[in-house]
Design a protein around this ligand. Structure first.
Ligand SMILES: [Zn+2]
Length: 87
């Protein structure tokens, strides 16, 4: 008896290469540590410490590359309670 489908022959099992395109994009606000800020008296926790200077911006990334950035703000943040003031 012959005619048994051999396993080496290409079966009609469909290899579905779905045309999936990975469009990796991101959107959101980013915070960047810029350096140390001024020594301030915090209005919230009333501690006098050196604040941290931060930069924040909204950004849109495509394939991990930033395409657009807007709404940049620079501010200083209290290292103890996290209160922030724009500078
Ligand atoms: Zn504080």
């Amino acid at each position: 008896m012959r005619g048994r489908p051999c396993c080496t022959e290409p079966s009609n099992g469909r290899a579905t290469y779905a045309g999936v395109m990975f469009l990796l994009f991101g959107f959101g606000s980013k915070r960047k540590h810029v350096g140390s800020g001024a020594t301030r008296n915090c209005p919230r926790c009333h501690n006098t410490t050196q604040w941290v200077r931060m930069k924040q911006y909204q950004q849109f990334t495509l394939f991990f590359l930033p395409v657009a950035r807007w709404k940049r703000v620079e501010f200083e943040e209290c290292g103890i309670c996290g209160a922030a003031t724009e500078v």
